[in-house]
Design a protein around this ligand. Structure first.
Ligand code: COA
Ligand code: AMP
Length: 632
């Protein structure tokens, strides 16, 4: 057994040796010519020349190895009252049939398929079926509106869409099909087919000649796994960038399978046969990596949960799921635990459940505040481990790698860099300078990125270089700022761009500003993330109205809230805006976002020497007070 330190050093000094060994955890049709081809850096290729099938590695091979009768996926839905279990054999058969149905529609290797589904097992079946036939899926989160879906349709140019008739949110049914139809109407690209899963809660109207019922595909002859190159794309996942235009992160097949399989034991300390639960959504990277691919690649059982941590029915739901399905490791966002803590501060509900088999809680997606970690530790009486990663990396960059034996927890730190990630702290002003221990800078990863990280942006190599690779030559820019302490513990402090994390959901304030600026009465605007006791951050708008607008501010704000909901979706959680006379700027015209954020959060601030007119800060303070900021 090697130590974390030994493995980490080898992964950096001998990446070919390290990942070549890890690749033995995957079944290949054809072995690689080389483990790593970095000649065209940063367009790194892992395992060029190799062939595999990701779906085969997730399903068929476990059946062949005698795991057919083990549960592969457990669907637990307090929203519908249903629990459904699929063994590896059942899931393999369902996926193979649906893959056959996709092939019957003419869908083939390299074709893109957009999946717009709620948290039902069919979402995972659709993803795995695409992987089985070499089609490239792109899952879009159900909380996004039609316009956001349309942007993704135009970028990915899918031949088909797979959608559920509806999603279920507490107290309301979200009909997906009208949103899907509207998105296709708005988009210039028109997918040939829409495959619709009719859920009993809402029946979708079908369009003749285009729409096909899920059941028709499910009745097809099963399809075999199609070998693909290790470097072929498995999926494209759109994530927020610094503008309203989302970035299509491309994940390959080979490196992804190797890294995710490796992470299950080494990061999460999960063994084949264990039950692993990532309480997220398939629309996010956590859902891709740790609801669908990694647990199945590893032969573990995964939980697909359709519900909320509170209110479905109460703050004991998570404990009930852990008990009922013998979950050994849970991974969720700190927001989920803040929500539970808010409803059940004394953690009383846990006493009603037997969770004695539960081993570890992992948190990621946003900064984990110390109060939440300590509360979770006290309530669960197991280690609570923060870890850090991004859609782009696909798996953790910073973690307390439990598979090696845990390191002491330092509150506020995701612990150490994970194997393969050579993390450096770079001076914000001068990218050639590395910051000393304990000093904050921009967090970058020395190239090459390890397997599983993004290979490029979908049909946008230039955007890939510009967004991540150009600013700090030879490094990947994470977009986060932070420091490394004397004990090599990492601390993630803030984003360096306009991205905010709302309830663990990554959103672009730039995208929201584009929407606000589109309102007829708005002359100028800014959106920033204000502190929120539950969601970590929530977006807060500032708008300057056009001269002569004399309608009540409250009416205009209501319209703006609706507009963001309509254009980006409810997930943006944009609910508040202050109407101000002017925005505080520097003399060169840059909005002083940091100062405004401090005023909104009730923190002490100093007007910078470069401010155009300090009086504006008093106006901002007054406008914020009128809408209840800073919050108590
Ligand atoms: N489809 C349609 N609408 C959705 C949706 C979906 N899949 N997911 C969320 N929404 C809606 C919500 O209903 C809500 O609508 P509302 O404004 O009408 O109330 C809105 O989008 C904002 O959602 P959210 O920010 O998630 O707030 P919430 O009050 O519904 O739930 C939490 C808050 C904390 C319970 C929830 O965010 C949560 O469980 N988060 C942690 C786990 C997680 O998913 N992390 C993500 C990555 S690890
Ligand atoms: P996403 O791509 O949606 O996974 O969001 C990635 C971003 O979330 C990161 O760049 C960070 O800003 C933030 N993030 C994720 N995990 C953590 C963490 N453990 N601590 C602090 N921030 C985090």
């Amino acid at each position: 057994m090697t130590t974390y330190e030994e493995d980490y050093a080898r992964s950096i000094n001998d990446p070919e040796g390290f990942w070549g060994t890890a690749a033995e955890g995957i079944t290949w049709y054809k072995k690689w010519d080389r483990v790593l081809d970095n000649e065209n850096s940063p367009f790194t290729k892992w395992f060029p020349g190799a062939e595999l099938n990701t779906c085969y590695n997730c399903l068929d091979r476990h059946v062949e190895a005698g795991r057919g009768a083990q549960d592969a996926l457990i669907y637990d839905s307090p929203m519908t009252g249903k629990v459904e279990k699929f063994t590896f054999e059942e899931l393999t058969n369902s996926v193979a049939r649906f893959a056959g149905g996709l092939q019957n529609l003419g869908i083939t290797k390299g074709d893109r398929v957009i999946i717009y589904m709620p948290m039902v097992p069919e979402a995972a079946i659709a993803m795995l079926a695409c992987a089985r036939i070499g089609a490239v899926h792109s899952v879009v989160f159900g909380g996004f509106a039609a316009t956001e879906l349309a942007t993704r349709i135009d970028d990915a140019k899918p031949v088909a869409m797979i959608a559920g008739s509806c999603g279920l949110e507490p107290g309301r049914i979200v009909e997906y099909k009208p949103l899907l139809d509207e998105a296709i109407e708005i988009a210039s690209h028109k997918p040939k087919h829409c495959i619709v899963l009719q859920r009993p809660e809402a029946t979708a109207k079908m369009i003749d000649g285009r729409d096909v019922d899920w059941q028709e595909l499910d009745a097809a002859e099963p399809a075999d796994c199609v070998p693909v190159a290790a470097t072929d794309p498995l999926y494209v996942l759109y994530t927020s960038g610094t503008t309203g235009v989302p970035k299509g992160v491309v994940r390959d097949n080979g490196g992804h399978a190797v890294a995710l399989k490796w992470s299950m034991k080494n990061v999460y300390n999960v063994d084949p046969g264990d039950v692993f639960w990532a309480a997220s959504d398939v629309g996010w990277v956590v859902g891709h990596s740790y609801i669908v691919y990694a647990p199945l690649l590893h032969g573990a059982t995964t939980i697909l949960f359709e519900g909320k941590p509170v209110g479905t029915p109460d703050a004991g739901t998570f404990w009930r799921v852990i008990q009922d399905h013998k979950v050994s490791v849970l991974f969720t966002a700190p927001t989920a635990f803040r929500a539970i803590k808010q409803q059940d501060p004394a953690g009383k509900l846990i006493a009603d459940y037997d969770i004695s088999h539960f081993k570890t809680l992992f948190l990621a997606g946003e900064r984990a505040d110390s109060d939440t970690i300590v509360w979770a530790q006290d309530t669960l009486k197991v280690p609570v481990l923060d870890h850090w990663w991004q859609t782009e990396t696909g798996w953790p960059m910073g973690a307390n790698c439990a598979g090696y034996g845990m390191k002491p927890v330092k509150l506020g730190s995701p612990t150490h860099a994970v194997a393969g990630y050579d993390i450096r702290i770079i001076d914000e002003e001068d990218p050639s300078i590395e910051m000393p221990k304990g000093k904050i800078g921009v967090i970058a990863v020395k190239l090459p990125l390890p397997p599983g990280s993004l290979s490029t942006l979908w049909e946008n190599d230039e955007g890939f270089l510009k967004s991540y690779m150009e600013e700090i030559p030879g490094y990947y820019k994470t977009g986060d700022a932070g420091y490394i302490d004397e004990d090599d513990y990492l601390f993630i402090m803030a984003r360096t761009d306009d991205i905010i994390n709302v309830a663990g959901h990554r959103l672009s304030t730039g995208g929201m500003e584009e929407v606000l600026a589109g309102h007829k009465d708005v002359a100028e605007c800014a959106v920033l993330g204000a502190k929120d006791a539950l969601k970590g951050q929530t977006p807060l708008g500032f708008v300057v109205l056009n001269a002569g607008v004399d309608r009540p501010d409250t009416d205009i704000v209501k319209e703006l809230v609706l507009l963001v909901r309509e254009k980006i979706g409810p997930v943006a959680a944009f609910k508040e805006a202050a109407v101000v006379k002017r925005l505080p700027k520097t003399r060169s015209g840059k909005i002083l976002r940091g100062v405004v954020r401090k005023i909104a959060d009730g923190e002490p601030y100093k007007a910078p020497a470069t401010i155009d007119d300090p009086v504006i800060l008093d106006e901002i303070t007054e406008a914020l007070a009128s809408i209840g900021y800073p919050k108590k």
